[in-house]
Design a protein around this ligand. Structure first.
Ligand SMILES: NC(=O)c1ccc[n+]([C@@H]2O[C@H](COP(=O)([O-])OP(=O)(O)OC[C@H]3O[C@@H](n4cnc5c(N)ncnc54)[C@H](O)[C@@H]3O)[C@@H](O)[C@H]2O)c1
Length: 335
């Protein structure tokens, strides 16, 4: 049974699934500022109640069809934004059942509730993981989708469901394939906090903060300094793209599948150097072997989103992303 922190409303609103997580909680604040009424659905498995300011939080799980039915029965949603997912690539290899159950089955229940309650606008958090080992770079949306692990497979399976539901039932959707989300809203409350943390920037900043070490996995890649290169996108630029996608769907225009990245890459070594400069601390580095399935370079070609959504990333400098992430880590959590 769901528990609610506030009473139910009949106002048109946006259901933000996974809205207590890192990216979802930023989106909630962004939606509010843009004049929408976000309602958060989250099971708090990796999300944080203290990331939510004043919004309505409904605690529950998308794999529970009866729970979903109850939420949709008591609200009138203009659209659903779906950030909820288990997200650890390595874990997905060891425990695929968890990934297919939570991500694929949970999303299927969500889509079926939408179908039943005639909500047909959907914005999905997909991932660059759908591409697998890049055949060329920068990666555009026409690049073959060949995921390398159950996490990536779960994202691609969901995209397939969206395409089929669009065809058969008229679902209007965007699938936004993020590259590496980074940074934080300086005005917000949530730093990137995953447990266990697997993302580079928070790990580097944690090493700086706690005077521990960061491991660099491989220095023999064919890149500028031998370390892996990734495309980092500020979380506020992700939110802006979601807002434009939402307005596109509400305006009755077509959705689609879009990459979200800056088109610019930074190496692991560069991240460490910039983080050291931002934090004014030396960061201790351990050398590790290459990890299986870690491509040398993952850079987005974001031109389709820029053209079709009229979107442009504003915070493309990695220094700014790291500064915002560091400021949030250093900010005391207020009740
Ligand atoms: N962080 C990145 O760099 C990145 C990159 C590519 C794609 N993505 C995708 O973006 C989305 C958000 O990522 P994030 O970094 O904010 O992750 P996160 O773990 O911080 O947020 C996910 C949220 O979903 C909730 N959740 C998970 N399963 C649920 C369920 N069954 N029912 C209800 N709530 C559930 C969690 O409690 C959490 O609040 C995910 O779909 C992820 O795959 C993230």
């Amino acid at each position: 049974m769901p528990t609610e922190s506030k009473s139910l409303t009949k106002l048109p609103s946006i259901l933000v699934v996974g809205g207590a997580g890192y990216i979802g909680s930023h989106m909630v604040a962004y939606l509010r500022r843009a004049g929408f009424i976000p309602v958060i659905l989250d099971n708090l498995s990796t999300g944080h109640q203290d990331a939510i300011l004043d919004e309505k939080l409904v605690i529950g799980d998308i794999t529970d069809a009866a729970f979903l039915d109850q939420i949709f029965a008591s609200h009138h949603f203009a659209a659903v934004m779906h950030f909820a997912s288990v997200i650890q690539v390595e874990e997905s290899v060891k425990a695929p059942q968890k990934y297919y159950h939570n991500n694929v089955m949970g999303t299927l229940h969500l889509l079926n509730a939408m179908l039943k309650w005639k909500v047909n606008r959907f914005i999905f958090s997909s991932s660059a993981a759908v591409y697998g080992e890049p055949l060329y770079t920068p990666i555009d949306e026409n690049h073959p989708v060949l995921p390398l692990n159950p996490y990536g497979h779960s994202k691609r399976m969901i995209e397939q469901m969206l395409e089929d539901y669009a065809h058969a039932y008229g679902l209007q959707f965007f699938s936004l394939r993020y590259f590496n989300a980074a940074g934080a809203d300086p005005a917000g409350k949530l730093a990137e906090r995953h447990e266990p943390e697997t993302h580079l920037i928070p790990l580097v900043l944690r090493a700086a903060q706690d005077k521990t070490s960061i491991t660099v996995f491989g220095r023999d890649y064919p890149t500028v300094d031998g370390t892996c290169v990734r495309d980092y996108i500020h979380v506020l630029d992700l939110c802006e793209a979601h807002l434009l996608a939402l307005k596109t769907l509400i305006g009755g225009k077509q959705g689609g599948i879009y990459n979200l990245g800056t088109g610019q890459g930074y190496s692991v070594q560069q991240v460490i150097e910039i983080a050291s400069c931002v934090t004014q601390r030396s960061i201790s580095v351990l050398e590790g072997a290459r990890r299986l399935g870690d491509p040398a370079i993952l850079i987005a070609d974001p031109k389709r989103a820029m053209r079709k959504l009229n979107w442009k990333p504003h915070y493309t400098e990695l220094k700014k992303m790291i500064e915002d992430a560091w400021a949030m880590i250093r900010k005391p959590i207020s009740p």
